[in-house]
Structure formats: structure tokens, C-alpha cells
Write a protein that binds this ligand. Structure first.
Ligand code: HEM
Length: 298
């Protein structure tokens, strides 16, 4: 947390320590028939749920230019309003995989980045870290093209969850959130010409014309797949089951108020969905809560 804040030159009063620059959209989720085969979760049965979605740029910099290399991965946080007045969240990023298997390795990477300013000796701390941590190197080298829109980006759950259906059948899976019309990216040349807030300017214009839809699905683990390590990506041949359609309707004019007072939490779950034992997943709520309490205190 403190390292994330330091990296962004913060604290930036009232903002998240990571994924600080965001935009809030209101919409709806309609479950697919196949969803109930995976989970008995209330929002995955037949009824539609109102949803609040927050898209974000990476880092704790509230003014980071959207096409800047450090503004990747992009984030999506989805809150499903449940019939009993409660909610459940999905919080995902635009890369299939994470740079660290354990919270201490993630902190090690952030500390190495923080210690690698222009005056750092060569090899710099981050070069040394990447030399000894292949998953972090793979993540850093992963192509992260700039999307045309937040509505044309594909997002991945990265951490696995355990899904249980009404018959008691249990399966591990990772979320996939994919634009219905297909992902669309800019060329590097186009990205270089974008305005600093191009994604934030584009989304309200797009949604004023027509809603934008994503499919939410789950990539299912097969026997032997590592479910507790988010650096290990499962093969594309794994079965993907559709959970439903997320429709984005309008940017919320009260978005900046909502995002300040909302903490999305990947472990606010409902019956039928449980966390895996992935240590990164289990570490997230405590870190988010520190960031949240500092945001509210400002
Ligand atoms: C130990 C590992 C991690 C740490 C320490 C960490 C830290 C943080 C912190 C401090 C925040 C700000 C939360 C708030 O103020 O409300 C945040 C937000 C976020 N994180 Fe993580 N994170 C981790 C792993 C992940 C992973 C694995 C993903 C994706 C699967 C992810 C996706 C996001 C997204 C999308 C947000 C923005 C949520 C929003 O819009 O409110 N993080 N993270």
C-alpha cells in the first residue's frame, strides 16, 4: 500500500492507492441459461441485476494519460445489486495473468520499481528482480495494447474461484469479461496521438448513442490445473461457460462521489461462489480496505 502510494508520488488525497483514475457506469446483468449449471449464486439464476461498473487505469496516479505504458493493465470492477439489498463484486484486469504468485513477491516488484529511478545503478533493482522472477518478466513483456474504448477491452479474473451449482457440483474457474462486438485496439501510432483522457472522453459519447455489452464467462480449470497461482495461465483449450450479458447503459453523473465512497472487493461473495486458496486473492481485501479508509479520511 505504502509502496503503491510512493510509486505514484502520492498520497493523492481522496484517490485509490492503485487504479486511481476511474469512471463509473450504470447498467444491467442478465444471466445466461448456462450460468446455473456452474453456480447456484442468486444473480446467476434467471433474474436480471442492476450493476455498477468502474473502469480504471493502473497506478495511483489520478491524472495518468490513458495510453501511458504504466496505465496498463486497465481495470474493471463490477457490483451486482442483489434482491436482498446486498451485493457481490467482480474485480478484474486486462491481462490474462498476474506478475506475482504471492503478496510478498508483488511487494518485491513494486519496491524494485520504486528503487529504480534514473540514477539507480545498473543492473537496476527492477532489472535484477525481473532477472530472478520469470512470472514478473513475462507480465512486464506481455503486449498491452491501448484499447479503442473501455467498452472494447477484454478483462480477466486472474484469480480462481470455486463455483458450486444446485446439485452440489464444484468446479474452479476464472472470470472472462469480453466485449460482445469483439475487442478493438489502437495501433501504437494511433495510441501515441491520443489525448490524455481519451478513454474517459470516449465512453460517455459512445453510451449516449447506444448501450455497450460484454459477455461474462468462466474459464473452467481441468484436473491438475493450478488454481492457487495467478501467474499460471491455463490453456486456451479449457472450456469457457457463459454466465450472462453485462450491458453498460450510461456514465453515472455522480461517478466521482460513488467511486470515492465505494470499495469494490473481490471477496464479497454469495452462496455458490467461494474464493480459491490463491494467496494473492486472499491478500486483496485487506490492502483495498487500507486504501479505502485513507481515501475516506481525506
Ligand atoms: C496482492 C496483490 C494486490 C494488491 C496489493 C492490490 C492493491 C490494490 C489497491 C490498494 C487498490 C485500491 C483499492 C481501493 O482503494 O478501493 C486496488 C484496486 C484494484 N485492483 Fe488490486 N491489488 C492486488 C491484486 C490485484 C489483482 C490480482 C487484480 C485483478 C485480478 C487487481 C485489480 C484491481 C482493480 C481492477 C482495482 C480497481 C478497483 C476499483 O475500481 O475500485 N488487483 N488494488
Amino acid at each position: 500500500m505504502n509502496t503503491l502510494t510512493k510509486l505514484s508520488g502520492g498520497p493523492h488525497k481522496g484517490y485509490r492507492a492503485n487504479h486511481a483514475k476511474g469512471i463509473v457506469v450504470q447498467g444491467e446483468f442478465v444471466p445466461a441459461k448456462s450460468a446455473a449449471t456452474i453456480s447456484k449464486a442468486v444473480h446467476l439464476q434467471t433474474a436480471a441485476s442492476p450493476v455498477t461498473v468502474r473502469f480504471s487505469d493502473a497506478t495511483g496516479l489520478p491524472n495518468i494519460p490513458d495510453a501511458n505504458g504504466n496505465a496498463f493493465p486497465k481495470g474493471i470492477a463490477i457490483r451486482f445489486q442483489l434482491p436482498d439489498g446486498g451485493y457481490t463484486d467482480i474485480v478484474s484486469i486486462s491481462t490474462n495473468g498476474f506478475p506475482a504468485a504471492k503478496p510478498e513477491d508483488f511487494l518485491g516488484l513494486l519496491n524494485a520499481v520504486a528503487a529504480s529511478g534514473p540514477d539507480a545503478p545498473k543492473p537496476s533493482p527492477v532489472e535484477q528482480f525481473l532477472g530472478t522472477h520469470p512470472a514478473a518478466l513475462k507480465f512486464v513483456q506481455m503486449p498491452k495494447p491501448a484499447p479503442v474504448s473501455f467498452a472494447t477491452e477484454a478483462f480477466y479474473g486472474v484469480n480462481a474461484f470455486k463455483f458450486t451449482n444446485a446439485s452440489g457440483t464444484t468446479q474452479y474457474g476464472r472470470y472472462r469479461i469480453t466485449p460482445v462486438k469483439g475487442a478493438e485496439f489502437l495501433t501504437q501510432e494511433q495510441a501515441d496521438k491520443t489525448t490524455p483522457n481519451y478513454l474517459f472522453e470516449e465512453l460517455p459519447v459512445r453510451l449516449a448513442k447506444a448501450p455497450a455489452a460484454f459477455k461474462i464467462a468462466v474459464q473452467l480449470a481441468e484436473k491438475g490445473d493450478e488454481v492457487n497461482d495467478p501467474t499460471i495461465v491455463w490453456p486456451e483449450t479449457r472450456n469457457i461457460v457463459e454466465l450472462g450479458t453485462l450491458t453498460l447503459k450510461a456514465v453515472d453523473p455522480k461517478g466521482s462521489e460513488i467511486e470515492k465512497t465505494t470499495m469494490f472487493n473481490p471477496l464479497v461473495l454469495v452462496e455458490g461462489i467461494e474464493p480459491s486458496a490463491d494467496p494473492i486473492l486472499l491478500a486483496r481485501p485487506a490492502a483495498y480496505a487500507v486504501s479505502y479508509s485513507r481515501r475516506l479520511a481525506n
